[in-house]
Design a protein around this ligand. Sequence first.
Ligand SMILES: [Zn+2]
Length: 151
Amino acid sequence: MTNRREWLKKARKALTDAEYLSHICNSFARCNCEQGGILGFGSSPVFIRDASPLFSGYSEYVPNIDYLNHVVHDWRQAGIRFCGFVHTHPNGEKSLSELDIDYAREILPHFHSSAIFMFVVAFSEDIKSIFCYLVTRNNIESIGEGHFQIE
Ligand SMILES: [Zn+2]
């Protein structure tokens, strides 16, 4: 995927799919630790939670790269393309941190990609929100959000 229009087309497909966004949100239990997962696109958007992170603290999450690489490999066999990350912000912060942005930009060349999705799931008292960004080498674009009641 090389051009912005293609990315935004995919984004629109994912972001108008409330079931997809609520599925992502509900995969993360509220806890005082950062959690994460990866996003892919085949004929429809897909998501896998990183169930065994190497570290998960209040403001840091270290993904299980080996596991996620396996998922990306399996996705590729199935015609699904990796297209980004999602992680939680237990403190409710909706924006990407500098570290999040640096991380996203470091990943870009590995996937021969000009852009990557970064979704943030933020918790408040009784609402889980998801904030969706498209990160490129020199731009961060907010592309949508969803809000779901915590059951
Ligand atoms: Zn973050």
